[in-house]
Write a protein that binds this ligand. Structure first.
Ligand code: SIN
Length: 529
């Protein structure tokens, strides 16, 4: 047990021009691109195979079809973002996207093809064209990461450190120059010219989430503690259709199932989505999620995803991953409807970056779900997340290859930005359960001032105790989640309107004066236009 952080630096373990943290599509794509130039250290808190990307089912959106164009993809993305997308960032996404996706094809990602060997493109909610590439049916993320990981582990220029948990960023004279990572409960120092955080999202702050256990928001917390800005944290996307078959976890039932013709029925067998939006099941995600939530609130549960319009053989071949998973819980989806409910899926906000992944801290970069590039605004268009990781991971690498490299010597000037509180949780499991109850109940699909302020107070009283602590990643993950949840409650309380993934039943209409962003920086909160 420790009562304070050691004043001396942990032992120096390795140095390289670039440190990339995280092994999803953004981190892998960035590391590969940087490795063409200089040596890269890739740090990941679990196995290199474990990331949010690995679980992505539906696919990656890109305007590759003759009947599609980046301009149409731009319009759909802007429309979904409900007035808060950054147009420049969306242009970079949709115009860079096709070339970077073609590169994935060139390096061997096995995207599915039709009988004439053309790419098989599907449609998802709020896309005006069929533009979603998928692989192995509904295992797109895994196909992409496996291809990239093969190249990463075979690259002599990349050293992968698995099971290394990023604990605090290192800075010298305000510039990021490395990080401290925990390995087998021992802190190790890594120094570099640049650190890029590609650590994914924070779905695990919710009890009901489609995200894997690693998604605890670590990169966002690390960046904030080192002086970066966190933006748009109130915008959380709830996936409309997660499996609702307890005790099965809320496993993702891909939107592409609706894209291929499945419809939603309430417990009375009534197709309700046309009453909520003209695009019915293919309306933007927030609208479908709120439609399902409203039916459940009215007592019309369970809500089912009815696949009867899709031939059973197609269900099995097109969605093998979902089919096999549901079968493990004794549900044959080629013959039965799937009980579904919304679950936390993606956070639109994150570490504020520019179009090259630069954050407010010199030398610190971010990409993928960790970052807030501005492409998603208040609500992300389906299958734009893998594309964002690929495009902005690549753009950051392209930028960095042109920059001078400076790796500092060990000195007393180096400062480590450890989490500020030294809290030993008497019962970490209980506090974690409590955190997730507060987020599920009060920071969910429908929010209001009473619930948000009461929950925020309770959250802060749980996380305020001070005491000894241990070098245990689980302890720091919980610290990170408490920190982020507290900022998210604050942001959700401050935004007195409804927009995209943020819905307040005490302020239902969007307000033109709220076409703005909320940014947290050290202990301040700013509204920017
Ligand atoms: C899905 O397959 O429905 C998830 C895709 C996404 O979140 O973009």
């Amino acid at each position: 047990m420790l009562t304070s952080y050691p004043s001396q630096l942990p032992p120096l373990y390795d140095t390289a021009p670039y440190i990339v943290v995280g092994s999803g599509i953004a981190g892998l794509a960035m590391a590969l691109e940087l490795s063409k130039h200089q040596r890269v250290i890739l740090i990941t808190k679990s196995s290199v195979n474990e990331s949010n990307t690995t679980y992505a089912q539906g696919g990656i959106a890109s305007a590759l079809d003759l009947h599609d164009s980046p301009e149409l993809h731009y319009q759909d993305t802007m429309m979904a973002g409900a007035g808060l997308c950054d147009p420049e960032a969306v242009l970079a996404l949709v115009y860079d996207g096709p070339e970077r996706v073609r590169h994935l094809i060139d390096i061997g990602v096995p995207f599915d093809r039709d009988s004439e060997n053309n790419l098989s493109l599907t449609r998802e909610a709020a896309h005006s064209r069929r533009r979603i590439l998928h692989a192995n049916g509904d295992a797109t993320g895994r196909a992409i990461t496996q291809t990239l990981i093969r190249l990463v582990v075979n690259s002599p220029q990349i050293t992968v450190y698995e099971n290394h948990f990023g604990l605090g960023l290192a800075t010298v004279n305000g510039r990021c120059c490395g990080l401290v990572a925990l390995f087998q409960n021992e802190p190790r120092l890594f120094l570099s010219s640049v650190v890029a955080l590609c650590t994914g999202g924070l779905g695990q702050i919710y009890g009901s989430t489609t995200n894997p256990p690693i998604a605890t928001g670590d990169g966002m917390a690390l960046a904030y503690l080192a002086g970066a800005r966190l933006k748009d944290l109130e915008f959380v996307q709830f996936h409309p259709t997660a499996l609702a078959l307890p005790p099965a976890p809320p496993f993702l039932i891909s939107e592409t199932v609706r894209g291929e013709g499945a419809i939603l029925l309430n417990g009375k067998g009534h197709r309700f989505m046309p009453e909520y939006h003209p695009l019915a099941e293919l309306a933007p995600r927030d609208i479908v999620a709120r439609g399902i939530f409203a039916e459940i609130q009215k007592g019309n549960q369970p809500v089912y995803l009815d696949l009867s319009k899709i031939p059973p053989a197609t269900v099995r071949s097109r969605f093998p991953n979902i089919y096999e998973t549901c079968l493990r819980y004794r549900l044959d989806i080629s013959a039965n409807p799937i009980p579904v409910a919304p679950a936390a899926h993606y956070v639109m906000g994150g570490v504020e970056t520019d179009l090259f992944g630069r954050t407010a801290v010199p030398g610190l970069f971010a990409a993928g779900e960790t970052a807030c590039t501005g492409v998603h605004g208040a609500n992300r268009l389906a299958s734009n997340s893998l594309l964002e990781g690929l495009v902005f991971g690549g753009r950051a690498a392209d930028y960095l290859k042109e920059q001078p490299i400076t790796i500092p010597e060990i000195s007393e000037e180096i400062q480590i930005h450890y989490p500020p509180r030294y809290t030993e949780y008497a019962d970490m499991a209980k506090d974690y359960r409590r955190l997730r109850e507060l987020t599920d109940n009060f920071l969910g699909i429908v929010r209001n001032a009473t619930g948000l302020s009461r929950a925020k107070e309770q959250l802060e009283s749980i996380s305020a105790a001070v005491g000894p602590f241990a070098w245990d990643p689980a302890y720091f993950e919980l610290q990170n989640m408490f920190l982020l949840a507290s900022l998210m409650f604050d942001a959700a309380l401050t935004r007195t309107e409804s927009r995209g993934g943020h819905y307040r039943d005490d302020y239902p209409p969007p307000q033109s004066h709220w076409r703005k962003h909320l940014v947290f920086h050290q202990s301040t909160k700013e509204v920017i236009g």
